[in-house]
Design a protein around this ligand. Structure first.
Ligand SMILES: CC(C)(COP(=O)(O)OP(=O)(O)OC[C@H]1O[C@@H](n2cnc3c(N)ncnc32)[C@H](O)[C@@H]1OP(=O)(O)O)[C@@H](O)C(=O)NCCC(=O)NCCS
Length: 178
């Protein structure tokens, strides 16, 4: 049984990355639609493909709406914001979602290309793991392209098992018991 009573209790926090740059990590909200579209437009074609497993030129409105309105009962989503010259911009995001009644949730994480290798995805995923555990999930898993060595190494470093996906030879399933 999941306990989402902590759904409003997530406190934003600052993270100093490996190169000294700082980001603010907070829950996603309706106000992030424009920032999310801008972040998506800056992603390389490769990064879009590895995240969505499809060639996507634009983020469809329905996905944008869903992304910025996570269901408090079974979803949780974070954005990482960097201060730009004018306004903060989204440089990373991570989320999990669970099917109704399930004690397992599925994560996804994306970091802007010019912010790779600084520990941001690791940090976001650690937070997701903690939140999922606190809310009563027993397992967190992700579907990752077999060729996505960066994501697979990161997941293994955090203790995830990395096994072939039974339905698709191009995919791996990374799973962590909580
Ligand atoms: C996969 C992805 C999320 C990784 O993001 P990231 O922020 O670069 O990840 P991290 O910085 O936490 O870890 C990546 C590397 O940096 C290294 N690193 C991070 N912090 C470090 C530190 N403090 N000291 C030394 N090395 C460090 C890690 O060792 C890791 O190296 P490795 O890939 O050789 O094992 C990013 O490449 C991405 O957004 N890809 C496109 C979307 C995608 O594939 N998402 C996954 C499917 S859900």
């Amino acid at each position: 049984m999941q306990d989402n009573s902590a759904a409003t209790a997530f406190e934003p926090f600052n993270v100093t990355l490996r190169d000294g740059r700082e980001v603010l990590v907070r829950e996603i909200g309706e106000q992030d639609k424009t920032g999310l579209l801008a972040a998506f437009s800056r992603l390389s074609a490769d990064a879009r493909y590895t995240r969505f497993m499809a060639a996507m030129k634009q983020l469809p409105e329905a996905m944008l709406e869903q992304a910025t309105h996570p269901s408090p009962e079974r979803e949780f989503a974070l954005v990482a914001l960097a201060m730009g010259p004018d306004a903060p911009s989204i440089v990373g995001g991570a989320r999990y979602a669970a099917a109704p009644g399930s004690d397992a949730c599925e994560f996804a994480v994306t970091v802007s290309d010019d912010w790779h290798g600084l520990g941001l995805a690791s940090r976001l995923l650690r937070v997701l793991i903690d939140v999922a555990r606190c809310r009563g999930y027993r397992c967190i898993e992700g579907y990752v392209l077999s060729s996505n060595t960066s994501m697979r190494r990161l997941a293994r470093r955090l203790g995830f098992a990395d096994v072939p996906c039974p339905d698709d030879a191009t995919l791996r399933v990374v799973t962590l018991k909580l």
